[in-house]
Design a protein. Structure first.
Length: 119
């Protein structure tokens, strides 16, 4: 299973970006999908997650600004980021939890996409 993330870039404070992460390969069933981020010198932290039944969970620091969504038919998770702040600058990673063909649970990470918020 491979995860391909895209959509990062440089944006001014107050601007918006939309991240995408598509899973490909031999996939049985994708369960939770999530976005994490890691800023320089800091630990990786959860930004938002969404279950297969579309239950969403957000970190307090993005509530009201970011929206996570998914397209189960395309095995893709999105993160719409609005009202971006300089402190949102980080590498953003997608994370997918799935049930493999042998019924085991596995977790995969995307390669990361850089988001820089600066004027």
């Amino acid at each position: 299973v491979q995860l391909q993330a895209s959509g990062g870039g440089l944006v001014q404070p107050g601007g918006s970006l939309r991240l995408s992460c598509a899973a490909s390969g031999s996939i049985n069933r994708i369960n939770d999908m999530a976005w994490y981020r890691q800023a320089p010198g800091k630990q990786r932290e959860l930004v938002a997650s969404i279950s297969r039944s579309y239950f969403r969970n957000y970190a307090d620091f993005v509530k009201g600004r970011f929206t996570i969504s998914r397209d189960n038919g395309k095995n893709t998770v999105y993160l719409q980021m609005n009202i971006l702040k300089p402190e949102d600058t980080a590498v953003y990673y997608c994370n997918v939890a799935l049930t493999d063909w042998d019924m085991s649970s596995r977790t995969y990470w995307g390669q990361g996409t850089q988001v820089t918020v600066s004027s």
